[in-house]
Design a protein around this ligand. Structure first.
Ligand SMILES: Nc1ncnc2c1ncn2[C@@H]1O[C@H](COP(=O)(O)OP(=O)(O)OP(=O)(O)O)[C@@H](O)[C@H]1O
Ligand SMILES: [Mg+2]
Length: 217
């Protein structure tokens, strides 16, 4: 299932605050694909994310280096600029895919240069692909549009089902792999609950067949 969020920023400082909120939901293995024109604010947003991850080194645009690595935060950050890359083959040649296994967060500017990149990367369920589109809506105003595939925050499973608790009629979502469950619309490690605890809190037996399962999300 796709999750969408929209933010409006009226200054670089507000963009940094938005970055902090985004960063709080990030984890190792996430891939941020930016889209947006020159001066949209991709590097500014990345600076804010880096700060929230506890990175104290100055974050600069990787335009000439292709990638800047920041290993010293809570989660390592790999900041790419794909401005000069225009195909998936080139991306492979410069070693982008090697970074997928390094347990960090990848943040890539100019991802729109590589057609189909999001779909290609999303095939691998061990990574979340988060698309962040930044549009200039005024001199200092920016629309920041975030979308990403939801996966289970407990086990990273992608087989998520809608279900109804038969006895109460409550609508929930469950992860088929680890049986974490949550109520819509947003899933975070904080609101995901263990199936057994949840059912017992409702005075119900923790049996799977107490749920009416519906379609995959
Ligand atoms: N609300 C805002 N959020 C972010 N940046 C803003 C905002 N208002 C003005 N700016 C300015 O816009 C510029 C954004 O530059 P930044 O380097 O982050 O863009 P970029 O998208 O990374 O561009 P490039 O494609 O050239 O790398 C900065 O000069 C920043 O001060
Ligand atoms: Mg930039």
């Amino acid at each position: 299932m796709k999750e969408y969020r929209e933010y409006i920023s009226r200054s670089p400082e507000e963009t940094a605050q938005i970055a902090a909120e985004i960063a709080s939901g990030l984890r190792a293995g996430d891939i941020i694909l930016y889209e947006g024109d020159m001066g949209a604010g991709k590097t500014t947003l990345t600076k804010g994310i880096a700060l929230s991850l506890g990175i104290t080194d100055p974050v600069t645009s990787p335009t000439f280096a292709l990638v800047n690595e920041y290993p010293q935060g809570r989660i390592p950050l790999f900041h790419f600029d794909l401005y000069r890359i225009d195909s998936y083959d080139d991306l492979y040649a410069v070693g982008f895919l090697d970074y997928l296994d390094r347990g960090g967060i990848i943040a890539a500017e100019w991802s729109e240069n590589i057609p189909g990149l999001e779909q290609e990367l999303a095939q691998d369920n061990s990574h979340r692909v988060i698309n962040i589109r930044i549009e200039k809506s005024g001199d200092n105003e920016r629309r920041i549009l975030l979308s990403g595939n939801i996966i289970c925050p407990i086990c990273s499973g992608a087989e998520l089902l809608r279900a109804t608790v038969k006895q109460t009629g409550e609508k929930i979502c469950v992860c088929e792999a680890c049986k974490a469950l949550w109520t819509e619309p947003k899933i975070t490690p904080d609101n995901a609950r263990i199936f057994e605890n949840y059912m017992e809190s409702k005075g119900l037996k923790p049996y799977w067949n107490e749920l009416e399962t519906g379609e995959y999300i």
